[in-house]
Design a binder for this molecule. Sequence first.
Ligand code: SF4
Ligand code: ZN
Ligand code: ZN
Length: 317
Amino acid sequence: MKCRICGKPAVIKLRAHNIALCPEHFVEFVQKQTAKAIKHYKMFEKEDHIAVAVSGGKDSLALLDILTELGYKVSAFYIDLGIKHMDYSKTSKEKAQAFCEKKGVKCLVYSLPEMFGMGIDEAARKSRRTPCSLCGMTKRYLMNVAARDLEADVIATGHNLDDQAAALFANLMRWDVSYLAKGYPVLPAEHGFPKKVKPLVFLTEREIAAYAIVRGIDYVRYECPHSEGARFLVYKEHLNAIENMSPGTKRRFYQGYTENIWRFQIESPDQCEKKDEEESPMKPCKICGMPTAAEDGICSFCRFWRPDEVKKIKGQE
Ligand code: SF4
Ligand code: ZN
Ligand code: ZN
């Protein structure tokens, strides 16, 4: 197997693109595909400051590598969830920080155990919530805080084509129209929250794993013990089976959806009515100042993680 471009021995065959590539041209291919997605979906411009959410996994570290190699102005942040199982948080934090240092990128760390004396598992146990639901809310909030602290224009995450296509597949199977309306790889800035983008949407998990190996990126090899990945695993497997039969299907499936997403964003008259009734204006949280729509003016993060301050505020009212 020879590289289509230079004829040297190839390390990977990309059936969806009908090419085989050597390490050098494969790296170029991955970086070009990312640049193409950034341009196609108008994610950001050269002068923008991008905050990359690094988890220590292959996708986010590859994203950091690609964006710095493409010459973007990048900073990073890591959210330490305090997950002790298999030293997950400790190892992933070390890998994330080491890679940022290697690339000369500033990395802010937000540590739940340091800020609140407990990690996501203990907090979930105490509140009888699932770790993932609590984690989702917590990460969304801390991402916005990180963008504010870094004075970044946009937050970039390492979601890849397999993640996006599997989520789309699952949402279609359930006809979950509210999620189908939100699967675009760019979420615009609104209500004081920054823009969020997914620049790896043209690249498969296999391509990113190969890129990480070729580039010598040291990443954490196992997923979070509560891994959300498992939720979509069956959809990923089915999509891979179809992809094997017909290379390129995964990308056409997701890209076609992004061109048709407006069909899911049209609201029925009763939805509009409901929205008008439900929508309360955003205001700054009385405790942390981040925007919130909560009627009592206390955001869900503070309500959960800062109960003493909530009591104080309520006592004063
Ligand atoms: Fe958080 Fe994801 Fe782990 Fe769930 S699987 S606890 S959402 S990092
Ligand atoms: Zn080559
Ligand atoms: Zn708050």
